[in-house]
Design a protein around this ligand. Structure first.
Ligand code: ATP
Length: 294
């Protein structure tokens, strides 16, 4: 038996840094949104643990978060070894939670493969042990993430909207961006911004959400990697209206309510950027069909 899981990437529609905590992590408010651009994870029982990937940029050993997730569950639940294949499509070190989503997909895969029927809360606890973004990636819909990003409150799934994503030709270390972070001038108090976002999400007001996209980390990443700021400016100059860096970057996305507008923009932009993706946010159906058992 093999279990395949779609490991969806994510973007941040809102990322507010509230300050540094005594444990060194930063407290955040984030609105996370799953996107269809995804890795595919295959898991099957084996005589020993193995991990294979099709990407030269991710490790084929226990430092791969996908294998880390399996090792953690094996240690806690005495599960048999597994073979894990990771078909990478999400760009690496891009601010799209690529490694975290692979880890979450392995947790879901082991739960299905060994018919564990673990409660969501247990899956969330395992996920949080691996990394701050992993709990969100278990559900990968629309959610509010607080704490250091690991406390997840599911929100109504937003009606799908469309995205053109640009990945600069280098990675960005999330840890380094947070180390260098200095609070930008804020036009709005974080609590007000979040309240408005939550109201718009409950009302499915996608246009208002796209008008309010916000990321506190942009200034820091832009000062460390000016090329990321150039990507944002280029997207505006090509006619995009709603543009934001995702997470700590370097991925920058342009968002569109209409699929046709996104497609036309993609056609216009693709000659300007070597790594560009046309995708959309996840739908109910994408989430329903993400686990396949064969
Ligand atoms: P986040 O948005 O959660 O900060 P990211 O998208 O910026 O993460 P990742 O693609 O998760 O970054 O990669 C970060 C680091 O994790 C890289 O150095 C990569 O080699 C390592 N890594 C470990 N396992 C994986 C994996 N399965 N997929 C991608 N990267 C992995």
């Amino acid at each position: 038996m093999e279990v395949q899981v779609a490991a969806f990437g994510k973007i941040n529609l809102l990322l507010e840094v509230l300050g540094q905590r005594p444990d060194g992590y930063h407290a955040v408010n984030m609105i996370m949104q799953g996107v269809r651009l995804s890795d595919r994870i295959h898991v099957a029982e084996a005589h020993a643990n193995h991990i294979f990937t099709n990407s030269p940029y991710v490790p084929n050993n226990a430092s791969n978060l996908a294998l880390k997730a399996a090792l953690l569950m094996q240690a806690k639940l005495e599960l048999p070894p597994v073979t894990i294949k990771v078909e990478k499509r999400i760009p690496v070190s891009a601010g799209m939670a690529g490694g975290s989503t692979d880890a979450a997909a392995v947790i879901l895969a082991l739960n299905a493969l060994f018919r564990l029927n673990l409660p969501q809360q247990t899956l969330m606890t395992y996920a949080a042990e691996i990394g701050s973004d992993v709990p969100f990636c278990l559900s990968c819909g629309t959610a509010l993430a607080t704490g250091r990003g690991e406390l997840i409150e599911p929100l109504p799934l937003l009606q799908p909207f469309h995205l053109v994503l640009i990945k600069a030709n280098f990675g960005v270390s999330t840890a380094k961006v947070y180390q260098a972070y200095s609070s930008p001038e804020k036009a709005k108090a974080p609590a007000d911004r979040l309240r408005e976002f939550l109201t718009d999400i409950k009302g499915q007001n996608v246009s208002a959400i796209l008008n309010s996209l916000y990321n506190d980390l942009e200034e820091t990443t832009f000062s460390m990697y000016p090329k990321v700021q150039s990507v944002k400016e280029k997207l505006y100059s090509l006619g995009a209206e709603h543009v934001l860096m995702s997470g700590s970057g370097p991925t920058v996305f342009a968002a569109f309510t209409e699929e046709k507008a996104a497609w036309r923009f993609y056609q216009r932009a693709k000659s300007h950027f070597p790594v560009i993706y046309l995708t959309s946010t996840v739908s109910e159906n994408d989430l329903k069909r993400r686990i396949v058992i064969s």
